[in-house]
Design a protein around this ligand. Sequence first.
Ligand SMILES: [Zn+2]
Length: 291
Amino acid sequence: MKCPNGFNFTKCGHQAYWLSSKNLYICTRCEHQHSLSAGTIMDSSKKPITYWFKAMWWFTTRKAGFNAVNLQELLGFGSYDTAWHWLQKLRRCTIHKEREKLSGNVEVDEFFIGGQKPGKRGRGSNGKTAVAAAVEKKGEKIGRIRLKVIPDCSADSLLPFIDENIEAGSDVFTDGWKGYEPLDENTFHHHKIFQNKADDKDSVLPGVHLVASLVKRMILGTHQGRFDPRYLQNYLDEYVFRFNRRTSKYIGKKFMRITQQIISSTKITWRQIKENTTLNTYPESSLELSG
Ligand SMILES: [Zn+2]
C-alpha cells in the first residue's frame, strides 16, 4: 500500500533492494536504508511491525471499545504505557480528512461528559466537557454521526461545528437553544423543535440523545468513567469510527481504512501524545480550527 508502484524510496532512483534481517529496505546501489514505518505513527517503534498489524486488527474489529489494558493483554506487552501510547496513536488515525459531510435530516445537540453537576449551556462548567453531536436521521434509523469537543455551547462553537460537518442544503434539527439562533437559513433548513414538557427531553431529537447516552456508556464501560478531557476527542474519534461502520459487513474494510490512515500519518513523539499538543494539527481538527 505504501509503494503501489514498487520500491522507490531512494534518492538515487534505483529500484532494486534487499531486505535486511531487521526488515529494512536497502538500495542495492547506494545502500540507503528505508523502514516502512518511517515517518508514520509507527516511526521509532521498537516492536516488530507485525505487532502493529495485530493492534490495528483488534482495534478495528472489536465491536466494543478497546482500552490500554485490553491491548496490553492481547499483545503481551510488559508495559501498560506502551499499550496506552499505541492506542492513542491509533485513535488519531480514525478520522479521514476528506470524509463526506452528513446530509439529509440531521439532528444537532450538545451534551456534557464528566463532573458531578449537570452542565450549563451558557458557559463552560466545572469538571465537565461539552460535546457537540450531529446525527443523521434516516426515518427512525440513525445514519452517520459526528462528535466534537467544544469549549462551550455558544453560537461561536456550535455554528462552525455545523458548517464543518453538515452538507449545505441539509435539514438541521435543533432545540430552541439560542446558540443555534444565528444558523444561516440560506445554507440550511433550520427546524427548531420545542419540547412539550421540561422532563421529556427524549421526545425531541431522539437520535442525538440516544447517541449521547451511548457515548456516556462507552466512557463508563471502556474507560471505567475515567478520562482525561485532553484525550476525549481521541475517544470520540474512535467511537465515531466504530459507530459509522457498525453495519459494515466487511471488517476487512475497516482494517484497510486504518492501514491507509496510518500510512499517511506523521511521526509523533510520546511527549506530543502525552500533552496532546499536536491533536489540532491532525487533518480533521485542523479543518475545524480554521473554520
Ligand atoms: Zn539508491
